[in-house]
Design a protein around this ligand. Structure first.
Ligand code: ADP
Ligand code: ZN
Length: 208
């Protein structure tokens, strides 16, 4: 089963991806994580990506499609694409080198997103938290490492990311709808566990 995970920044893609990969034995591929690893390592791709990420814009399609294509070559079994494709061009490219079975769309009320992202704290193990539920804790529940805040999780960049999403990524819902591959989960203000139950219902039905 090869899945594309779609959703606005802050919709909970990363949170759900961690749960999905554990339960359904899929390889989680996040373009955002790959770019951040490149930035950390100081690679050329990292240097290029940083200017776009800081501005809340999309990293150019050529580089992005290439790193996804390369990483899919190494994957055995099913995978979960998180953060790719992010525009129509990428979706069309993806269909040239991959067979996507399903696009899982996490639908969240836009008004919730700004607060969610700006209060978000991350761990290098992939876990995500929100300050409102951490009770002052600064380490990860899952692995104990210190939490950090993403540099692009500031109000100005987040506003640009949300605009980029509406403009370029949201139209992908229609792309996958037309291919008969769209499954939307209405997340509302539900907790990650509640959302995961709905996600499982979709994936179990689909996986039969
Ligand atoms: P979020 O979904 O919360 O915005 P991501 O980690 O998926 O976070 O992405 C962070 C940033 O990385 C994006 O704002 C964008 O600049 C860049 N990025 C990630 N995936 C892509 C992609 N498929 N195409 C272009 N840029 C991307
Ligand atoms: Zn952790």
């Amino acid at each position: 089963m090869n899945i594309v995970l779609l959703g606005a920044p802050g919709a909970g893609k990363g949170t759900q991806a961690v749960k999905i990969e554990e339960k359904f034995f899929l390889t989680h591929i996040s373009t955002g994580d790959m770019f951040r690893a490149n930035i950390k390592d100081g690679t050329e791709i990292g240097k290029l990506a940083k200017t776009y990420i800081d501005a809340g814009k999309l990293v150019p399609d050529g580089v992005t499609c290439e790193i996804v294509k390369e990483s899919l070559k190494k994957v055995k079994g099913g995978y979960l694409l998180d953060g790719f494709p992010r525009n129509l061009f990428q979706a069309e490219e993806l269909d040239k080198f991959a067979n996507i079975d399903l696009c899982l769309n996490l639908e969240v009320d836009t008004s919730l997103l700004l607060d969610r992202i700006c209060g978000r704290r991350m761990c290098h193990c992939g876990a995500t938290y929100h300050v409102s539920t951490l009770g002052g804790k600064t380490t990860c529940e899952r692995c104990g490492k210190p939490l950090y805040q993403r540099e692009d999780d500031n109000p100005q960049t987040v506003k640009a990311r949300l605009a980029t999403y509406e403009d370029q990524t949201a139209p992908l819902k229609n792309y996958y709808l037309a291919e008969n591959k769209l499954a939307t989960v209405d997340c509302g203000a539900k907790s990650p566990d509640e959302v995961f139950k709905m996600v499982c219902a979709v994936l179990e039905k689909f996986n039969k």
